[in-house]
Design a protein around this ligand. Structure first.
Ligand code: SF4
Ligand code: SF4
Length: 258
């Protein structure tokens, strides 16, 4: 049965510990596209890959055109944020009268809403993910059928690959919150290298194939070919390299010399 508005506690964030939640979003809801106006939108590494591919853009051009960086809750690493247009109400640049023009490749946060996953932040991923439902006063989707489980929502919104890649990023993000830079803080040149590996895949690919990177690390030929061909494999290598830089450990091993 549809949830009546008086049962919806707006402004709340509730963990889904069993059962599910009422929600639907479609052009028939009275608030359609309201949430695409001036959202405070975080982008994650896999979002960049999906969006820059969708727009047939180089990752650096995408970053310059559609994002800005902001230091927020983590003083030791900037977040990448989606830039809004300068039009009245500051709508998302991808919004038109018909809706989202990048819908099939929309970012994780747009796709997951109202579900807010708290992904396991340990490197071996043994701790379970947790899921919360957030409610904003303007969003009428909570008053709609159907009632669905977290698993159904993940399947419907094709969140699987986003969760898989974001879980790895969440573990790296946890390392980045512990000031891995020493006394130099954000002025440490390694910050730029980590940022490139995470958020600027086309520059990272150039770096991998034009520097001594492939000589320094023990990378099988099949992985080199995959990294050259696919952005997601490149992103995986980037995550491994970041883990190596920050901890000296992880899946990436230095090549034996001599
Ligand atoms: S990417 Fe699409 S769904 Fe997300 S805020 Fe922009 S227009 Fe809305
Ligand atoms: S405010 Fe809620 S129901 Fe309305 S368009 Fe956005 S997500 Fe959908």
């Amino acid at each position: 049965m549809k949830q009546s508005p008086d049962k919806v506690v707006y402004g709340s964030r509730t963990e889904v510990t069993g059962g599910g939640f009422y929600f639907a979003c479609h052009p028939g809801v009275p608030c359609f596209t309201r949430c695409c106006k001036n959202p405070d939108m975080y982008l994650y590494p896999y979002d960049i890959i999906r969006l820059k591919s969708r727009l047939a853009m180089d990752s650096e051009t995408f970053l310059d055109t559609h994002t800005y960086t902001a230091v927020r809750d983590n003083p030791w690493f900037p977040h990448v944020m989606l830039k809004m247009s300068q039009k009245q109400d500051r709508p998302c640049s991808f919004l038109t009268g018909q809706g989202c023009t990048v819908y099939a490749d929309r970012p994780f946060s747009c796709r997951a809403y109202p579900l807010e996953p708290a992904l396991s932040r340990d490197m071996d991923g043994r701790r379970p993910d947790r899921y919360f439902v957030v409610r904003h006063p303007y969003c009428k989707g909570h008053e709609q059928d159907p009632y669905q489980s977290v698993e159904q929502w993940i399947a419907d919104q094709e969140l699987g690959p986003f969760i898989e890649h974001n879980r790895r990023w969440a573990a790296i993000d946890a390392l980045l919150r512990a000031n891995p830079w020493g006394a130099k803080g954000l002025e440490n040149p390694a910050v730029k290298m980590v940022f490139m590996a995470a958020f600027n895949p086309d520059r990272f690919r150039e770096f991998v194939f034009s520097s001594s990177f492939l000589k320094r690390f023990d990378i099988p030929a099949s992985r080199k070919a995959a990294v050259e061909a696919r952005d997601t494999d490149l992103m995986g290598l980037g995550f491994d390299w970041i883990e190596f830089l920050l901890t000296g450990k992880g899946p990436l091993a230095e090549a034996k010399t001599g």
